[in-house]
Design a protein around this ligand. Structure first.
Ligand code: PMV
Length: 309
């Protein structure tokens, strides 16, 4: 039996969420400790394409459930390659928590597209894969900025400006982050909509906030590329302050941020859409365990760690 495997990492936004929707730069990095995997196996003649995600309780047939994000992904791959539906079974596994801003949807689509293309004897370059996953993201998230599909498909730290050529970067001195999950599901579509309404009521005020966030993203990129990790903590604090002004923080996020900072983290902020989901904390090898314990004691339902390189 032929089996093809495709994988994709999770992601976390470091700086610039929300402002990125309005054309400002944002920074995001892949989280390699969290992965989505897809395996394609030969099927029996006439069965068509079946997609199974047992963790999610999903069993989809391409012919019967054409509107699901996973079948949309498979169909886009077939259209792109100009090939008919194969008789095959795709099994999906992912340890990326869903609906928490860690890129689970984009990662599962990317893994599925890679595995299916491989099974059909093709390989999709990162730029084309990212465009394909963006099409799928649009079906479910309205008008996403495109940062998720970019960072996940390139699997590299990205400096992202909407509708501009993608820029990747790397950290001169690697640094460690903890990702603390409030456990509160907060659909990005809702927070993006709320910021949009506020912006429409007072464009001048909000555009000033977006521009300040954009400047922080630029400074953060410079600090990361120069290995000046000490500058990142204060930049995270300034970014968080502006996110509060956008009204996308919440009590639970603030509680985790305060807990991380009191336990020694040199910076902490929300990550992603906000009003729930995840926060990130900048830690060192010396304080990592202490900050992790503090986050769990403060109510984080999960804490992941990742190193940015
Ligand atoms: O919640 P996440 O990680 O999917 O991030 C949303 C980031 C926003 O800037 C708020 C929206 C977007 O499409 O970029």
């Amino acid at each position: 039996m032929t089996t093809y495997r495709g994988t994709a990492p999770g992601k976390v936004i470091l700086f610039g969420e929300h402002a990125v929707v309005y054309g400002q730069p944002a920074l995001a990095v892949p989280v390699h400790d969290l992965t989505a995997e897809a395996f394609v196996h030969d099927g029996s003649p006439g069965q068509g394409l079946i997609i199974q995600a047992l963790d999610l309780g999903l069993h989809l047939s391409l012919a019967e459930e054409a509107a699901h994000a996973l079948t949309v992904t498979a169909q886009l791959v077939l259209d792109k390659l100009g090939l008919p539906e194969p008789d095959a079974l795709i099994r999906i596994h992912s340890d990326i928590p869903i609906a928490s801003g860690l890129g689970s949807g984009a990662a599962v689509s990317a893994a599925l597209a890679r595995a299916l293309a491989g099974y059909l004897g093709h390989s999709i370059p990162a730029s084309e894969l990212s465009a394909l996953v963006y099409e799928v993201e649009k079906v479910h998230h309205g008008t996403p900025s495109g940062i998720d599909n970019s960072v996940i498909c390139y699997s590299k730290p990205v400096y992202f400006i909407r509708e501009k050529a993608l820029d990747t970067f790397h950290a001169k001195v690697p640094f460690q982050l903890l990702i603390g999950d409030t456990g509160i599901a907060s659909p990005t579509r809702t927070t993006v909509g709320a910021v949009c309404e506020a912006w429409q009521r007072d464009p001048a005020r909000y555009e000033k906030i977006f521009a300040s966030i954009g400047q922080i993203s630029q400074q953060a990129r410079q600090a990361i590329e120069q290995g000046d990790v000490d500058r990142l903590g204060p930049l995270m604090a300034s970014n968080q302050n502006l996110l509060r002004q956008l009204d996308v923080s919440c009590e639970e996020l603030e509680h985790l941020i305060a807990a991380a900072l009191s336990a020694g983290a040199s910076g902490a902020k929300l990550s992603g859409g906000g009003r729930g989901g995840n926060m990130i904390a900048l830690v060192s090898s010396e304080n990592r365990v202490q900050v992790r314990d503090a986050l769990l004691n403060a109510g984080a339902v999960r804490v992941h760690s990742t190193t940015v390189r």
